[in-house]
Ligand binder design. Structure first.
Ligand SMILES: [Zn+2]
Length: 65
């Protein structure tokens, strides 16, 4: 099941216009959401099209089962 799109305000990143970034699953290049929306298609510089969402650093305790 994929994660729902959600906008989080980054706490520890530079105060830029984008809040969510994506990481290419092949080469790991990070692309901001605003950059992706500017592109005609979701595609990395390496040509791969699968990105994982990079969450802003949030201190949170998650139970591991
Ligand atoms: Zn890539």
């Amino acid at each position: 099941m994929s994660e729902p799109m959600q906008e989080n305000t980054p706490q520890e990143e530079k105060p830029t216009s984008f809040s969510v970034s994506y990481s290419c699953m092949r080469c790991g290049t990070r692309v901001s959401q605003s950059e992706l929306t500017r592109l005609p298609e979701i595609k990395c510089i390496c040509g791969f099209r699968v990105f994982t969402k990079v969450r802003p650093p949030v201190v949170k305790t998650v139970k591991a089962y």
